[in-house]
Write a protein that binds this ligand. Structure first.
Ligand code: S3P
Length: 166
């Protein structure tokens, strides 16, 4: 265990399939602080993400997501955000005061690990993943305090490195 030297919340951002949830859970355990996954909070409060997109549309999802993120960022926790949460200007503003870790991944690595059935933006397969990542990359880079590539190392090792760094 190590008490984080960096201020909490420690926030994980990055594209779909970068490992934000799995790595965030392990980092929180190593730091002995709570873990919050904002997608899971949205699902618990409002139902499946695929259904929110289908019935209410992406803009409505982004507003629910903005609220879930704002609540999570008030906690002394490790917080994993959905890949598109950084699109909201309110979230961009709120993240300015946080320790933000960007998890990156290559298109080759993501194709082997990502589940498309729960991700409405990938309903046509992983083909759209790279375009979405490229569009968001400037936002990710601007908000990140530090970044870790998750393509070729086991998630346990990446989580250890982030916890040691924090
Ligand atoms: C999204 C990413 C998903 C989820 C939703 C939209 C996105 O989370 O929030 O399907 O816009 O990139 P993950 O990054 O955990 O897959």
């Amino acid at each position: 265990m190590s008490t984080p030297a960096l201020p909490l919340p420690l926030v994980l951002i990055g594209p779909m399939g970068a490992g934000k949830t799995k790595i965030g859970r392990r980092v929180a355990r190593a730091l002995e602080v709570p873990f919050i996954d904002t997608d899971k909070r949205i699902v618990a409060d409002h139902g499946a993400i695929t259904e929110i997109f289908a019935e209410r549309g992406e803009p409505a999802f982004r507003e629910l997501e903005r609220d879930a993120v704002a609540a999570a960022l008030a906690e002394p926790a490790v917080v994993s955000l959905g890949g598109g949460a950084v699109l909201h200007p309110d979230t961009q503003r709120d993240l300015a005061g946080c320790t933000v870790v960007l998890l990156t991944v290559t298109g080759e690595a993501v194709a082997a690990r990502i589940r498309t059935d729960k991700r409405p933006l990938l309903k046509n397969g992983t083909g759209d993943w790279q375009r979405i990542y490229d569009e968001r990359r400037p936002i990710y880079d601007r908000l990140a305090t530090f970044s870790f590539d998750t393509s070729s190392e086991p998630i346990e090792r990446i989580a250890e490195r982030i916890a040691d760094w924090a």
